[in-house]
Design a protein around this ligand. Structure first.
Ligand code: SF4
Length: 613
């Protein structure tokens, strides 16, 4: 590999044959697909069998870093886990922070491709390029915190562990992969933990001491120094920022209330702000490698991660719950057993509405009064889901499949897109969220929404445009392409989002595309301009769309649940808005160069170099 930043090797593991081999990461792959989600998409598209079910042993599970991972470049501590999702049956990708990705590169690999299924529980041990498949029978049934501690004890105290809990073992369709034990850096979305469980792979332990070479290190160091302000680490500063971010979420009208049926939950904001105050004052940041943001959602207490917005809303307001102690407990269950808190909240709040509507009763729920606001019932149902106990086994299928099992009257309460539950930002509050949820390759996903900080257009204020349909498609297309770049470089999205920069002065607006492009070139020795990076981002997005088409994606699924496009929120600044989704999706297809059927036009395939696929 002539490009720096990469190790140049991918580990291939066939668990059926118990075979491991190191294969080269080609320069062409690095040039065209960069890393992370991009390289994963290329690998999976080439291994895809049309008839394959996500929990079949032939479904590949790919862990992938990027050329910046583990280097001196700030915010470069993330890695990608990709597969065909058992929740949606389509393209699935998930991202985790922490230091596991950095450690994998130090251990000698850019990524891992896992196929097959072991005949009993195993874990993968990767120590400085020495790879072994070890017996994990004794770890069966252990939660992710215990698994982390036991594996570090027997392998190396400083090793980094990616593990599934009982939810992954039980093939819960929204099971996650938890990295670094109680610090819980989570690859949460799309059910990648269930794919890991289907392979009988309990954990991957990594430890290494290798170096990562950089092409132009001195210039890179100087450029980083010039771009970044001095960090501000005092608690009052962090608290001010946290208050403004979380208040903004509520005041914007973002959190769902009672399965998105209502627009306001009395006492929720007060309870949240009180929680955030204690959280910032009494817990400590646990930073991903290279982090300069210090998001308060990374904070731990006695080593255990405490709370994030994507649990506070899904398992709080969405379930009608204002008791933050209960929400924290829910998050602990999600992380110990290994499930996605967004999908868990979506599924339980769906079941709560079915219960309130009389579609299911206490007979179905094992005597639980599954009403909005009943925190004890929510916690019990979470446990039941993870263990596939009684009605928990129905909800373990995720909202879409559970609704089909319950019956047609339940389907209108299933708040998901392509099978992926809606995250904690109401699509009625911003057209950009609405269109992104409708069109993202994964289903309803919130990360690729904001405007890229491109020179010349980085000062666009999206707030006045929040309800305007005209122009939304162009912004969403551009943002999705740019997100694909960030997700192939594996940079944290909080490198560019000014409002979440807890460690930096208020004036700092985050990184721009100019710095990101420059650092990528200085690290790798490649010479790309921003335009060619955006072209690569567009290619990655379209490749994932091709994977979905190959798996039978119906373009009518590029929409939103009926509730979001027929019923108003009724409270807050977004109280009267209904996203103009049909009009925006049509415009979006036009901007993407797709036919009305969702197929990619021949000239677009040609332009992107995707014809052979
Ligand atoms: S902002 Fe949070 S998620 Fe991003 S790198 Fe820092 S600690 Fe990790």
């Amino acid at each position: 590999m002539k490009y720096k930043g990469y190790i140049g090797k991918i580990l291939k593991v066939d668990l059926t044959e118990r075979k491991v081999e190191s294969i080269p990461l080609s320069e062409k792959l690095a040039e065209d697909f960069i890393g992370g989600g991009g390289i994963s998409a290329k690998i999976i598209s080439e291994m895809l069998l049309t008839e394959m079910k996500p929990l079949d042993e032939s479904n590949p599970l790919v862990f992938m870093t990027g050329p910046l991972t583990g280097t001196i470049i700030p915010w470069s501590g993330r890695h990608c886990v990709a597969s065909i999702s058992p929740l949606t049956d389509f393209w699935g990708e998930s991202y985790a922070g922490g230091t596991w990705g950095k450690e994998l590169k130090k251990a000698g690999f850019d990524g891992i491709i896992v196929t097959g299924k072991a005949d009993r529980p195993v874990y993968l041990k990767i120590m400085n390029q020495i790879v072994t498949i070890e017996d994990a029978t004794a770890l069966k049934g252990k939660d992710t915190y215990e698994t982390d501690a036991l594996l570090r004890k027997c392998c190396d105290e400083k090793a980094k562990v990616a593990a599934i809990g009982v939810a992954g073992e039980n093939l819960i369709r929204f099971a996650s992969i938890i990295h670094e034990g109680p610090a819980a850096r989570t690859a949460a979305r799309c059910g990648v933990g269930a794919v890991m469980g289907s392979k009988n792979l309990k954990a991957i332990v990594v430890k290494g001491q290798g170096d990562i070479e950089l092409a132009k290190k001195e210039r890179l160091v100087k450029s980083i120094k010039d771009a970044l302000p001095e960090l501000v680490t005092n608690t009052e500063h962090r608290l001010r920022k946290a208050r403004s971010v979380f208040s903004m979420f509520i005041d914007d009208g973002r959190p769902g209330v009672n399965n998105w049926r209502d627009g306001e939950l009395e006492g929720f904001k007060e309870s949240l702000l009180e929680e955030i105050e204690t959280h910032v004052r009494e817990t400590k940041p646990y930073l991903c490698a290279g982090c300069r943001t210090g998001c308060v959602e990374s904070n731990v207490s006695a080593g255990e991660r405490q709370t994030v917005w994507e649990v506070i809303a899904p398992l709080g307001s969405q379930c009608g719950i204002t008791d933050m102690k209960c929400v924290r407990k829910a998050y602990e269950i999600c992380n110990r057993h290994g499930i996605d808190s967004i999908s868990a909240g979506g599924t339980i709040s769906f079941a709560m509405e079915c219960f309130e509507e009389g579609i299911i009763t206490e007979k179905d729920t094992d005597g639980l009064k599954l009403t909005f606001g009943n925190g004890d019932a929510m916690l019990s149902m979470l446990e039941k889901i993870c263990k596939k106990d009684a009605f928990g086994a129905v909800l373990a299928e995720g909202t879409r499949k559970a609704a089909r099992l319950i019956g047609p009257t339940a389907e209108k309460f299933a708040m998901e897109v392509k099978g992926l539950e809606v995250p904690a930002h109401d699509p009625r509050a911003y057209n950009f969220f609405a269109l992104t949820y409708a069109t993202d390759n994964r289903g309803a996903h919130h990360i690729s929404v904001l405007n890229p900080r491109v020179e010349g257009s980085d000062l666009i204020d999206l707030k006045p445009l929040r309800f305007v349909a005209d122009g939304a498609a162009a912004i969403v297309v551009r943002r999705q392409n740019y997100s694909n770049i960030l997700n192939s470089l594996l940079l944290c999205m909080f490198c560019e989002v000014a409002f979440a920069q807890y460690y930096t002065p208020t004036e700092f607006q985050g990184l721009t595309a100019k710095e990101i492009t420059n650092w990528f070139n200085l690290a790798t020795g490649l010479e790309k301009d921003f335009k060619s990076l955006m072209h690569a981002g567009e290619k990655m997005f379209n490749l994932k769309h091709l994977v979905n088409l190959k798996r039978g994606l119906d373009p009518t699924s590029d929409s939103l649940p009926e509730r979001f496009i027929t019923i108003k929120r009724k409270h807050g600044p977004a109280s009267e808005h209904i996203p103009q989704i049909k009009e925006m999706v049509e415009d979006y297809y036009h901007h993407r160069g797709w036919e009305n059927s969702g197929k990619i036009k021949a000239e677009k395939l040609e332009e992107l170099g995707l014809v052979e696929l």
